[in-house]
Each structure stands twice: as C-alpha cells, then as structure tokens.
Design a protein. Sequence first.
Length: 196
Amino acid sequence: MKYISIGKTNIKNSSAVALGVMRIDSYNLKDATNIINTAYEQGINFFDTADIYGAGKSSIVFGQALKEAKIKRNDIYIQSKAGILLEKGQINGDGLTGPGFDFSKNHLIAAAEIEIQRMGVDYLDSFLLHRPDTLMEVDEIAEAFDYLYQKGLVKNFGVSNFTPYQIEYVQKNINQRIEINQLQFGLAHTLMIDEN
C-alpha cells in the first residue's frame, strides 16, 4: 500500500486508497467487521462515511465493526461529511428533513456530533461539506468549523465536489484551511476535469 500526507493536515501516513462505507449498513456485524479487518490488513487506514449514508446507519455499523475489529482509533483516519438533508431525515439525526441542503451552524455542529456518537469515537480526522449549496452562508460555516475545532471534535476540514471558485469563496471566509476536496469521478461525473 502506498501512503501519503494530506495537504498540511496532521494526516501524514494515510493509505492512498480509502474505504468508503456508504453501504456497510446492508451487512450484518460479522460481515461488516470482516470488511473492516480485511481493508486494514491490506494497509487501508483511511475510512470515509457521511451522515446520510444509510440514513445514518452506515456510520453506526462502521463504528460497531471498528470496535469488534479491535483496531486502535489512533491507527486510522476517519472522515465524514454533512450538509445534505434526506427527504425523511436520518435515524437519530437532528430532526431536519429535505430534500435539500443545510450548512447552518446548528446543523453542521449537530451533524458532526451525531456522527461521532454513531461511530463511538471521540473525534473526526476530517469533516467535509457534502456537495456545494448555492445558498450557503459562509459565516455560519465559519462559526460551526470554529466550534468543532476548538472543542477538539474535528481536526481538519474540507469539501466535497466543490469547484475551485466555490472553495476559494469558502476559504476566504473561514479560519481553518480547506485541505480536502473529495470528488466524485466517472464517465457520468466529469466535473473535476471540466473545470480545468
């Protein structure tokens, strides 16, 4: 496995490949634990989830499997994302429903805290805004990020599927550095090269 540093973060020895746990909620605990163990044994130490995966259940199953696997928290990196509202909301979420986006201070803080609870961990290594919201108010994002960082709940921040101009707009208005832009890429998703 190749290992990399991510930007100027404290993530210095991350596997170049991350395991996304979007659909891990469809597995029983034994199989989910096997997935986590197998990934870790192959050198994967970076795990990605989001508060909407499985309406929140994916993060719960991932956390349970992580505990069963007996992998030390400090030996891995965990990333989550928030900001998308599901039509019926999320299990044990903050009660907001969509469809839509919510990058308000209250929702981002609640989403991060709930994700941490779901996984049974003390902090997130990285927390991303999950897809751009054209109506986002950056002062709300700034206050949420400041709170999460100061409380030690989130170590690094980023975005998902933002254009360079959207990143620049957010970065100008927050105190933390945007270190990550997680991009969806495939034949039907070419935005990352269309923008260059």
